[in-house]
Write a protein that binds this ligand. Structure first.
Ligand SMILES: *Cc1c(COP(=O)(O)O)cnc(C)c1O
Length: 403
């Protein structure tokens, strides 16, 4: 049998990006701002192109998505002690951004399709009086963003979108990141644009953009930003926003720029692999895959599934068997966090008792990364290895049990 593909392989850095990075390194101009002025260089160019890509007025390039999430919370007026709503299926940097802002997480349930539960959101918003929702499009799963938008309007909730895994995804034709007061993206190597580390905050609100620019650490050089808010708005916030040093370096920007035009082809590649593996798993007994609504255009660089009727030991046995067969399965139900995965019981300040259903769902939830360039036989081999691991570790029903 052919060897299984390395699921951890990150998206390639295009030759053009490597050439531009080399030139930049020779010049040494890695910091985005120039004291004696200038056109803002590659970071400003990235901000212009990224704002256009997501269809928003402003883009502020920063050090990471976690940095962008913190800035979005801060600019939304979240102050220490404030409650902030968040869906209870996400990555550690999201509760981390709340902690960074001093906010108190109010966990919201998820559905079996791995998206936020809107009924629980309404109930928790009313009970907690929280006025901000940090919505993670975790692993690229989009909730009904039309219904969510209506709920946020009714309840007076400000929406911040965590789009770390949703660059290229859309709901009813509108890109992820275009629904909230702010949208935050990641360029970490496991995401859809790979610069090692990097993030972008997008918004249509000049006040939010101005605060993000100033807090990111623009010194007095914000005229060099790619999508600068009007001068009077900048002047109004100037002197009221401390410098938190969360800038993007020019090196990250030159690595990102040539990857932006590749996104549609990357998304098509990821989705083809996702759909192939998903179809094979769906037809195997014991596997449960989330249902994807028609209005969702996903960009699925990973695949999530649950195993029906497995207890903790049964899940652990499956994960071990799949890894032994060469498929690096990740599991959200581990008692201790492992690698990138964690669950509500493991986030400082969060109370897992607020979300029993999200905890129960994650107890049997698994995840694999999908590298670019998987062939159809690769996809079949990955799916078959998962199915074999499930069969091999299925709870034995005693054959001589009384009928
Ligand atoms: C990766 C990720 C983040 C954090 O991104 P960084 O750029 O590493 O800070 C936040 N949320 C989700 C859902 C992610 O997958």
């Amino acid at each position: 049998m052919a060897p299984l593909p390395d699921l951890g392989r990150p998206p390639e850095i295009p030759d053009e990006a490597i050439a531009q990075a080399t030139e930049l390194l020779r010049a040494g101009r890695l910091h985005r701002y120039a004291e004696a002025g200038g056109d803002g260089g590659p970071v400003a160019e990235l901000e212009r192109r990224f704002a256009q890509l997501v269809g928003r007025r402003y883009a502020v390039a920063v050090n990471s998505c976690g940095g962008a999430l913190f800035l979005a919370l801060r600019a939304a007026g979240v102050r220490p002690g404030d409650p902030v709503l968040m869906n209870a299926f996400t990555l550690g940097p999201v509760p981390g951004a709340l902690e960074h802002a001093g906010a108190r997480p109010v966990l919201v349930e998820i559905t079996e399709d791995l998206v936020i539960d809107l009924d629980d959101l309404r109930a928790k918003a009313r009970a907690s009086a929280a006025r901000v929702l940090m919505l993670s499009h975790m692993r690229g799963h989009l909730c009904d963003l039309d219904a969510l938008g209506a709920l946020c309007r009714d309840e007076g909730i400000t929406l911040i979108e965590d789009c770390a895994h949703a660059l290229g995804a859309a709901w009813a034709g509108h890109p992820a990141g275009s629904f909230g007061q702010a949208g935050c993206f990641s360029f970490q190597s496991g995401k859809h644009v790979n610069t090692g580390e990097g993030g972008v905050l997008v918004t249509d609100d000049a006040d939010i953009a101005a605060q993000a620019i100033l807090h990111s650490g623009s010194y007095q050089l914000h005229a060099q930003n790619g999508t600068p808010p009007p001068a009077d708005v900048m002047a109004a916030w100037s002197g009221r926003c401390g410098n938190f040093s969360l800038r993007m370096s020019s090196l990250a920007a030159v690595l990102a720029l040539p990857q932006l035009p590749l996104l549609p082809a990357r998304v098509a590649d990821w989705n083809a692999s996702h759909d192939r593996i998903a179809a094979r798993l769906r037809s195997a007994p014991g596997f449960v895959l989330p249902h994807r609504p028609q209005a969702e255009a996903y960009a699925q660089s990973s695949l999530q599934f649950r195993l029906r009727d497995r207890d903790h030991a049964g899940m652990a046995a499956f994960v071990d068997a799949a890894r032994a067969a060469g498929v690096w399965v990740k599991w959200f139900g581990r008692q201790a966090p492992e690698g990138y995965n964690s669950n509500p019981a493991q986030w400082p300040g969060a109370d897992p008792a607020e979300v029993p259903r999200a905890c129960a769902i994650q107890a049997t939830l698994c995840d694999i990364r999908l590298p670019l360039g998987l062939s159809a036989p690769d996809c079949a081999a990955v799916a078959d290895a998962l199915i074999a691991a499930a069969v091999q570790t299925a709870r034995k029903v005693s054959s001589d049990a009384p009928a």
